[in-house]
Design a protein around this ligand. Structure first.
Ligand code: CA
Length: 232
């Protein structure tokens, strides 16, 4: 198992939750290190260079956001946030600060492990720079900006390609509306969440077998979108 090599840093101040996470992750074959504070998390991340961080947003000495911002100054390591259901705005802030995904407490074991696996895969993919996507029946070449499906060529607009590119860089992860708008529209043009919704709707028409029940281009209500590929 390759995941036996992966080391995960848990940053969580509640001993019960930390214990559950430790058992869960060790049973799944990961190596685990733990801290309770933001200050220690930053130190441990630097000295151990873990393969993934699980960061609680409510820490005793500082906001978990501080950990994410500090880590992102020097490392692209995957970060999955643990958040309470009531902290919706903070969750979005954490994603915009560079977190890759989040798990809402109370979480289920399979959900948490799936998020961890996806986040670890994301790290591998960005290193490989895979330019071709297979989304259902449609194969998209992001470099040449060509796409074909079961019934021949599929035409995407430049904007649709840029939105796909943003999502594809972090397949399986949530990309916030703000991030998608910033990346796809660029700093000069003013995109908004309504234009983004229209763009996503058009992409679904071209990619999804049933655009009303998307399987690949998923909405995370109020937060953003997620591109899920069948192989994952
Ligand atoms: Ca906490």
């Amino acid at each position: 198992m390759t995941q036996a090599l992966h080391q995960i840093l848990i940053v969580e101040d509640e001993p019960d939750i930390r214990g559950i996470l430790r058992t869960l992750l060790r049973t799944a074959g990961y190596r685990v290190i733990e801290t309770e504070t933001a200050a220690r998390a930053i130190v441990e991340a630097r000295s151990h260079k873990p393969d993934l961080l699980l960061v609680d947003l409510g820490l005793p000495d500082a906001d978990g956001l501080k950990v994410i911002r500090s880590i992102r100054e020097w490392s692209p390591v995957p970060v999955v946030v643990l958040s309470a259901r009531t902290m919706e705005a903070q969750k979005i802030e954490a994603l915009d600060a560079g977190a890759d995904d989040y798990v809402t407490k109370p979480f289920s074991a399979p959900e948490l492990l799936a998020r961890v696996r996806a986040a670890l895969r994301r790290n591998v993919r960005s290193a490989e720079q895979v330019p071709t996507l297979q989304i259902g029946a449609v194969v998209v070449d992001l470099t040449r900006r060509q796409a074909s499906g079961a019934e021949g060529d599929v035409h995407f607009t430049p904007l649709e390609y840029r939105v796909l590119e943003s999502l594809a860089r972090q397949t399986g992860m949530i990309v916030t509306q703000r991030q998608l708008i910033a990346e796809a529209w660029g700093p000069d043009k003013l995109g908004d969440s309504r234009s983004l919704r229209v763009c996503i709707k058009n992409l679904r028409q071209k990619l999804e077998p049933d655009p009303a029940r998307p399987q690949f281009l998923l909405t995370e209500a109020g937060v953003g979108y997620r591109l899920l590929l069948p192989s994952e």
